[in-house]
Design a protein around this ligand. Sequence first.
Ligand SMILES: [Zn+2]
Length: 420
Amino acid sequence: MQSRGAYRTASGLPHVDRARLQTALLTLGEIGRNPETGGVNRTAFSAADMEARRWFITQLEAAGLEVRIDPIANIIATLPGTDPDRSPLVIGSHLDSVPEGGRFDGALGLMIALELVHAFRDLNISLAHPLEVVSFSDEEGGLLGSRGWIGTITEADLARSYSGRTLRQVLQDLGLDPARTSQAQRAPGEIAAYLEVHIEQGRVLERENLQIGVIEGIVALDEYEITVTGVANHAGTTRMADRQDPMAAAARMITLVREEVYRLGGNLVATVGKMEVEPGAPNIIPSVVRFTVDIRDPSRLVLEQALRDLHDHFDSIAREEGVQVAWRTLAQIPPAPADPAVMQAILDAVAWYGYPHRVMPSGAGHDAQSIAAIAPMGMIFAPSVGGLSHTPAEFTRFEDAAASANVLLQTLLLLDERLP
Ligand SMILES: [Zn+2]
């Protein structure tokens, strides 16, 4: 690998225009903003999301990019490269939000992409590779647009409802043919590298007083439904020793999930987020208790170790309590590691600026996770104040946003030289 130095201007390392980036973020943040709560409501394909899409297209065109809408409604803007034979470098994120979300989730990555196009022009930089800026459709509802790029859109996706309209209708209203979503697919090797800046949505960076997170990969995620079956009986007349109480067993199991995670340590996290009790009355020992386990780790091996332990422990608790336990798999999502060369380019760029940083996994899913299946992927995290996200209080300091933009700028220049 070549060891090109940092790109410098006459006055040193280049910096993006922080004020311009801030204005773009705040302007986009007004679209779909609830004046009472400050929450951003741009759920996918809502009126506000459509307004944001139109606004973004105007901004991209004003910046001199050629904009097209692909068959799954992703917005793709291209800055031509000086070498027509190169495959594109792609930077992306999403405009849609959760209900009552914040101004930075998704928006940060796209406003930085826009700022970089301006910065390249200001600095008179041209890349050999074409640069694509992509706003992926419906990230929050399940990575729709990026799944379109890897060809995993299903009939169920097309039938899904977006505030009363099916995706099929949504696409038709946009002048797209729902029968042709497979044509959104990008071939493996067609993209030189995919990069995404995103807010951390956690507190690791803030706790350690860091400005940049260099993502080593997006975690593997499993979800299970555990059904514990006992014997329903009278809460007053059944002596304690005679009970086969699935609630008592489930309580022990749930406590154990947390103990196991602490014991294994590292990046492992697990959550019991949902519980159902049958028949569900104050004066009946339940017959059935169902709860979910969401468990995540960057390493599939660690995840499997934890699951083996949980299986064993749940079995012994079930024996002791005289109940049955059964597992049902709800989801198993493989980890998406960052590409080592892309990660190295990000680390080199961070080192030049001297921003305090760390390598870390992403515990949340992102479009980058889909794209990792077809292209070398890298992600950069900016700190979230208080670790807050998916709330009106979501905030990232503009100096941190600008720092991640500077890192992305140098990373693109490095990859432009290092990648064929
Ligand atoms: Zn996001």
